[in-house]
Ligand binder design. Structure first.
Ligand code: CTP
Length: 401
């Protein structure tokens, strides 16, 4: 339908970028990026009208986002029409403006386009050897200034290489090393560095991404002493296992797994360097607290949970309550004691969510005056529950009396 609409508006329409790449790789991708040669904004508005969607226009960039009734999002960009001074141009010249648009992109595999106008529907457009590089499983920049123009592309190269199991072309690798030597990564704003770090550590195999960052000396942009040592390698493996364990247990609970990998990296740095890394990036207060607790809070918790004979469930609860799940998973990865891990596991799977059956209202109905006493009673009840002293509401009532 979009193709028909483009024909009617007499614009050339292409689907471009990641979705074409992923289509050829047989991977799902739900971000639809369209490029229009001609009036992209008019096209986006017409598309929204025809599909009963919403359109949000950014005049200045010549881009628009159309949100269809079912929530599906389509980004529409206008290819700058420098070539339109030739009204009766030849096909190659007509394609000039989309070519320019594609030339601005990061890697050849992201420059593939497919024509959507009806007559040429499905025609693959490949100006820069994207198909060859997809087949050759290679990440390759389009020109030598690509990383200088946008150093975040270094992280993108690593992400794509790890995600698809591709290699970096020799030149691309050399250019990354150049950017690293020029210290351009250290000049990225905190915000951008953090975003990129989060993305790279949120790929499916962050361990591999960290290994590639180490190889390319990209880790140094976080801290000059950060290296993939054998110790870090072991810890990353344990982190991955702990995260798998958590995911299997709670398929639906959100978890910022990238923070757990960050904790692992910080673990192999000296205490003082940790503060320096945290100054280089920008975490929310919650995130930073979680990371610090993972990095520095282990001693106290391990000492408590490591006691023999084993401390009571209520004591485990006291030691761990308020600890974020990210921190708990990291402690699980970090701990070398089976005994400690068992208690961490019991906390995560059981204790953490336990509550007394009685609520404040129940206490009121039992004739107790509301006040600070409630808190103390409820916390005693929880303790009794955790330790198996009471097992149901009746027991709890009896205990309160
Ligand atoms: N792009 C770029 N340089 C950047 C960011 C993006 O050249 N720093 C280009 C890429 O060519 C990409 C397009 O903009 O194809 C869209 O970006 P994005 O949605 O981030 O990329 P995807 O390729 O869809 O990657 P992902 O699957 O990780 O979202």
């Amino acid at each position: 339908e979009a193709g028909e609409l483009a024909d009617r508006l007499e614009v050339k329409l292409y689907v471009v970028g990641g979705i074409v790449r992923d289509l050829l790789l047989g991977i799902d991708n739900l971000d639809l990026d369209l490029v229009v040669e001609g009036n992209g904004l008019a096209f986006a508005k017409a598309l929204a009208r025809a599909q009963r969607g919403q359109v949000k226009v950014h005049e200045r960039f010549g881009t628009a986002r159309v949100t269809l009734a079912d929530g599906f999002k389509v980004d529409v960009a206008t290819a700058r029409a420098e070539y339109y001074e030739y009204p009766t141009a030849l096909p190659t010249v007509e394609q000039g403006s989309v070519k320019k648009d594609l030339y601005r992109r990061d890697f050849t595999i992201n420059t593939l386009a497919v024509r959507l106008n009806r007559r040429q529907f499905g025609e693959l457009i490949d100006f820069f050897g994207g198909e060859r590089d997809l087949k050759g499983r290679t990440i390759r920049v389009l020109h030598s200034l690509s990383f200088v123009e946008d150093p975040t592309r270094v992280f993108r190269a690593i992400r794509f290489a790890v995600r698809f199991d591709f290699v970096l072309s020799r030149e691309t690798r050399a250019l990354i090393q150049g950017v690293v030597k020029m210290d351009l990564l250290r000049r990225l704003s905190k915000h951008r560095l953090t975003d990129e770090l989060q993305l790279v550590l949120s790929e499916r195999e962050p361990g591999k991404a960290i290994a590639l960052m180490d190889e390319l000396e990209v880790l140094a942009c976080l801290h000059p002493d950060l290296e993939l040592t054998p110790r870090l390698r072991t810890l990353l493996k344990a982190t991955e296992e702990a995260l798998d364990w958590y995911r299997l247990l709670f398929l639906d609970r959100p978890m910022e797994s990238w923070l757990v990998y960050l904790m692992a990296m910080l673990q192999v740095l000296p205490d003082q360097a940790v503060g320096e890394v945290l100054k280089r990036i920008e975490l929310s207060a919650r995130q930073e607290a979680a990371v610090r607790a993972g990095r520095f809070g282990g001693h106290r918790i391990f000492r408590e949970l490591g006691r023999r004979p084993a401390v009571s469930p209520a004591a485990v609860y006291r030691a761990l309550s308020g600890t974020s799940d990210e921190t708990l998973v990291f402690l699980m990865a970090k701990s070398k004691s089976e005994h400690v891990r068992r208690q961490l596991s019991a906390y995560v799977t059981t204790y953490q969510r336990m509550r007394p059956a009685l609520k404040g209202d129940d206490l009121k109905r039992m004739g107790l005056k509301p006040g600070p006493l409630y808190r103390r009673i409820l916390s005693k009840l929880l303790e009794a529950r955790l330790n198996g002293v009471v097992n149901n509401e009746e027991d709890e009532r009896a205990l309160v009396r």
